[in-house]
Design a protein around this ligand. Structure first.
Ligand SMILES: [Zn+2]
Length: 121
């Protein structure tokens, strides 16, 4: 379960060429914490992938700052003409069916694990 979550998040980071050593390290940390969490609460399985993605986003923001999301985290390619803004995972609980949502417009962009490379989202 945790490996699938890791694979989904990593696939989306790599789809945007964001699979850097920093982000992979953060992802590994998030997965090991959530592996423990899942051991405590097996019913949390449907939420795990979205939670891992949210953990990684939070950890990157803590480490590099909210404004440093470009080049670290998937940004929205749907909205034309507005400032760069990030995608985030909804629902807030992490699942079920975690989905990338534009943080400005609230539009669903892709399922977690299904993010494409750019404008063709
Ligand atoms: Zn947007």
């Amino acid at each position: 379960m945790i490996f699938q979550a890791r694979a989904q998040v990593l696939a989306d980071l790599q789809a945007r060429a964001l699979g850097t050593p920093d982000s992979v390290t953060v992802l590994e940390d998030a997965c090991s914490e959530r592996r423990w969490w899942l051991g405590q609460w097996p019913e949390g399985a449907p939420f795990i992938a979205g939670l891992v993605a949210q953990d990684v986003q939070d950890a990157l923001a803590d480490r590099f700052g909210r404004q440093a999301q470009e080049g670290l985290w998937p940004v929205c390619t749907r909205c034309d003409g507005s400032a760069v803004h990030a995608l985030h995972i909804e629902p807030d609980l992490g699942g079920p069916d975690p989905t990338w949502v534009c943080e400005e417009s609230g539009v669903a962009v892709a399922p977690l694990g299904g993010l494409s490379r750019g404008a063709a989202d």
